[in-house]
Design a protein. Structure first.
Length: 268
């Protein structure tokens, strides 16, 4: 007997001040306020769980503070967040487009993604969901890291979690571990390695494994655990492998390598 699936119907709505819905995620709508601002609000008006997640995102963005590689928090209300509008969509969207970006731009996006994560880590914050969908693009096609549902650790070095969005990476960016919600430098840089691969190649790791096929999640995670990482990167291969093998001690170390390799790859 086929398994019955629950059908959930979501009705689109626009709160006061929102002109139209321009995007929707798993729990929130993104609504247009003006040319420079969007409003992020629950799929279901008043949904307490989503509102709590949005409040965590607000607090994490407050901790991270303003930075050219981070989506700007412009304000908040009882019903959602006002955020900087990334007018050129996400890196993922451009990689999937009919006119894929040139390699020089891809390398710039890789470096800028690392710059964003390096900054976030200086604030004691782990993003916990690094992937090309969360790398948004401004009017000049520069990266803005978005969708903060990760963790803030105490600055005293005790490892105490002060804020926790209970988020973790999706399957193809997830560093195998016992507690999926326990992020650290290693898991963040592992996800960055997968992100670099995705940006350079134009598709995520292990394209021979199809999303949704029987056991696909376990197949991907099994290859990660067995260290059977992709070997087909034409550039940045050593950088990606160092991310996957946990050989970087910090995002700053990774950034040094990205800065060094970018000009050489661009000239080539």
């Amino acid at each position: 007997m086929a398994e019955e699936r629950e059908v959930i119907i979501i009705e689109r709505y626009c709160p006061p001040g929102v002109k139209s819905i321009i995007a929707a995620g798993g729990s929130s709508f993104i609504g247009e306020v003006d040319d420079y601002t969007v409003f992020k609000y629950p799929l279901r008006a008043g949904d307490e769980l989503t509102l709590n997640r949005l409040d965590t995102e607000r607090q994490l963005l407050d901790v991270v503070g303003p930075h050219e590689r981070i989506i700007q928090l412009k304000g908040f209300s009882e019903t959602g967040l006002y955020l900087e509008r990334a007018v050129n969509g996400s890196v993922a969207q451009h990689l999937e487009s009919a006119n894929p970006p040139p390699m020089q731009r891809r390398l710039s996006w890789c470096r800028e993604a690392v710059e964003a994560v390096a900054w976030v880590h200086t604030k004691g914050v782990f993003h916990c969901d690094i992937n090309p969908r969360n790398l948004l693009l401004d009017s000049d096609f520069h990266v803005k890291l978005a969708d903060f549902q990760g963790q803030q650790l105490s600055p005293d070095g005790s490892g105490t979690v002060l804020l926790d969005g209970c988020s973790s990476e999706s399957t193809r960016f997830f560093c195998p571990r016992e507690d999926e919600f326990n992020g650290d430098v290693r898991t963040e840089l592992f996800a960055l390695g997968c992100t670099i691969y995705h940006i350079i190649m134009g598709h995520p790791v292990y394209p021979d494994i199809v999303d949704g096929e029987d056991g696909w999640h376990e197949k991907v995670q099994s290859r990660f655990r067995d260290k059977k990482f992709p070997s087909d990167l034409p550039i940045c291969s050593e950088i990606a492998w160092k991310c996957w093998l946990g050989e970087y001690g910090s995002a700053d170390e990774l950034l040094l390598d990205m800065v060094a390799v970018e000009p050489a790859c661009t000239e080539a």
